[in-house]
Design a protein around this ligand. Structure first.
Ligand code: CA
Length: 235
């Protein structure tokens, strides 16, 4: 049977595992499940799934160890599913190489949107699909070739640094980028670990792009973690 892709679910809680597997199968994905980290790593290696959905609180090992293990041999997308609202764990998971996270409880439409984003990103990393040269969501349009940004058809003038930040977030639209990841991309790895300069730039970007910078439509803040540009289909 032709499926939309294979998703490996590593989750010890039966209710959640079943909910996810059922939701995925209803959407014509092949869902494979693992109850422990060890079982998950083995299945990841033998199946090479399109996306791994990973719970962090597993009985035999911390989910972070699974990410660390998988990242030694594969760039396959890892989407963390976590009950932890702790920002530290989310940042750790992202910095260890997770692509994104989704916090429990979540609905199936949110899950499907995240999986689609992760799969698209996975295809780009694998060189199977180039990101489009024009990104657009809502009234925001970014032309990467011309390096210009428009809001509702009007060109917006961004500084070099502001453009770099916006372009990076747009290239990773739908996914959260941590403060550290943005800073090292824009200013290089030796930049002082200081988020203030990023916050100042973000305030300026929002003033230029958003109708109401206090309630941003395009770039959302994930408090304590980073920023997320809304995906093309969400805008
Ligand atoms: Ca768990």
């Amino acid at each position: 049977m032709q499926t939309k892709g294979t998703i490996l679910i590593i989750e010890d809680e039966e209710n959640i595992r079943d909910f996810i597997a059922t939701s995925l199968r209803a959407q014509e994905f092949k869902a494979v499940t693992a109850k422990t980290a060890k079982e998950g790593i083995t299945l990841a290696a033998s199946l090479c799934p399109d996306v791994i959905l990973l719970d962090l609180g597993l009985p035999d090992m911390d989910g972070l160890e699974v990410i660390k293990n998988v990242r030694t041999w594969s760039m396959m997308p890892v989407l963390v599913i976590s009950a932890r609202s702790g920002e530290k764990e989310k940042v750790e998971a992202l910095d260890m190489g997770a692509d994104d996270y989704i916090t429990k409880p979540f609905g199936s439409s949110e899950l499907m949107a995240r999986i689609r984003t992760a799969m698209r990103h996975g295809a780009i990393v694998a060189g199977m699909g180039a990101p489009s040269e024009i990104f657009s969501t809502g009234g925001l349009q970014i032309d990467f070739g011309k390096r210009n940004v428009r809001v509702d058809g009007t060109e917006v003038h961004l500084t070099q640094v502001e453009y770099k930040i916006v372009a990076l977030l747009a290239r990773n639209a739908g996914q959260v980028m941590t403060y550290d990841a943005i800073i090292s991309h824009v200013w290089g790895p030796y930049m002082d670990d200081n988020n203030r300069i990023l916050r100042v730039n973000m305030a300026n970007i929002r003033r230029k792009l958003e109708k109401n910078p206090a309630e941003p439509r395009y770039i959302h803040t994930e408090i304590g973690v980073g920023y997320r540009m809304v995906g093309e289909e969400e805008g």
